[in-house]
Design a protein around this ligand. Sequence first.
Ligand code: FAD
Length: 497
Amino acid sequence: MTLKMPQPEAAVLARRAAIVAALRRIVPGEGVIADPDGLRPFESDGLTAYRQPPMVVVLPETTEQVSQVLRWCHDEGVKVVPRGSGTSLSGGALPLADGVLLGLSKFNRVLEVDYDDRLAVVQPGVTNLAVTQAVEARGFYYAPDPSSQIACSIGGNVAENSGGVHCLKYGLTTNNVLGVELVMMDGEIVRLGGRHLDAAGLDLLGVVVGSEGLLGVVTEVTVRILPKPEGARALLIGFPSVESAGQCVADVIAGGIIPAGMEMMDRLAIEAAEAFVKVGYPLDVDALLIVELDGVGAECDHLIDEVTRIAEANGSTTLSASRDEAERLAFWAGRKAAFPAVGRISPDYYCMDGTIPRRRLPDVLERMAQLSAKYGLGVANVFHAGDGNLHPLILYDANKPGELDRAEAFGSDILRLCVEVGGVLTGEHGVGVEKRDLMPDMFGEEDLAQQQRVKCAFDPKGLLNPGKVFPTLHRCAELGRMHIHRGQVPHPDLPRF
Ligand SMILES: Cc1cc2nc3c(=O)[nH]c(=O)nc-3n(C[C@H](O)[C@H](O)[C@H](O)COP(=O)(O)OP(=O)(O)OC[C@H]3O[C@@H](n4cnc5c(N)ncnc54)[C@H](O)[C@@H]3O)c2cc1C
């Protein structure tokens, strides 16, 4: 682990017993966990290479409790890390040794469903899938569908602006959230957005979605719900090269077709998935596309014909169209199981997340193959091909000395490559700690300073999830946004790293 986090403050650690007692007064009963065994399940999120037990875990049940916890921590100078389900793959919910881990898992109720206005009001600890489950009996669903949807929370989705297979057509979390209730670090409770699109005032909702727990704690979310499409069919298309598959993706979009999902897998990912789920994926192709078309029956059939024509024009060598729901689900089964399937062919894998312009895909894959040879580590690729979001899975063995470091260096090079070809460091997993030190590869100093000024406007003391996203922890005073009274810089002891 080479990552540097802010140094724990000895003065805060020395007050641990008093901090725990104060939090217990706000959240009585079992809502405060302070014993070492109880803290262990919270020591990491989905980025398990990094672990740090928190100083204390607090599991409030009401917005008022969240507000009181934050206000107390604000007044006492104690850091807070929000946590939903802990599935972040970028270490966004990694605890701090001298920080409170504020878990939202008890906020697990669907508060209201309004079918007329097509929205649901939910607490942040509700899982992504549970939102759809709450409305599916009436033929509705919540569109953004991260692969982790069975476990990840809506609050975490808001914080990470999560995406999934269906986001190509239906948008990311930011396009499907109408409003939030947010508790600021000083305890103030605010509402951003509302029950309809385009609320009055500055688009602060847009600022908060994707802010990775750095600006406030989300305690309620209003999401759009959509009527389920009447039908959906999928195509499974094999190509002799990644280039031809990439060109097919570009031609489908250029042809004015927006599939409900368009996913690509490379040879290693296809082999691993087929060995695992045995759904009949072709093994003699270099790239496999799964294209889903949804809508009314005749529209689906027409689009299936159109995409078939485009695929054949690009030299596809195998093509099957799903004839019923069971076959459609079978086509998806391999893609959905791609991560665990890769887990069977390698002791460990490191899942990266970057985005590139679609047309650069063949280029990037070739450079990735060169990097794979350079680092001596295999890589399997699955992509949200429609929106250029790559998920290279770097294969390594954590028990072999140095392999994790090599995997991380390989991953960093892939992300730099994404930026170099005109893409971005993250598609949907966030920056967290994982990509924090790569931010200067993408943003200039002034860009980063401006972003931190936004952070200062919400959290001038820098107590909310510090050490994440920004490579350097600036004092807000340095950024010219904190009031300096008689030359006294507030919190001169704020650690730099
Ligand atoms: C197997 C697997 C597959 C995945 N697939 C996808 C995918 O397809 N698409 C995708 O986008 N992601 C995916 N992820 C990543 C992850 O599931 C998402 O980032 C998810 O949104 C995290 O939600 P969470 O509740 O687990 O949040 P956590 O991991 O608990 O926290 C994530 C971040 O959100 C902040 N946060 C959490 N709750 C709140 C809140 N209420 N208020 C303020 N800040 C908060 C935390 O501080 C942290 O910075 C995957 C992860 C795994 C393990």
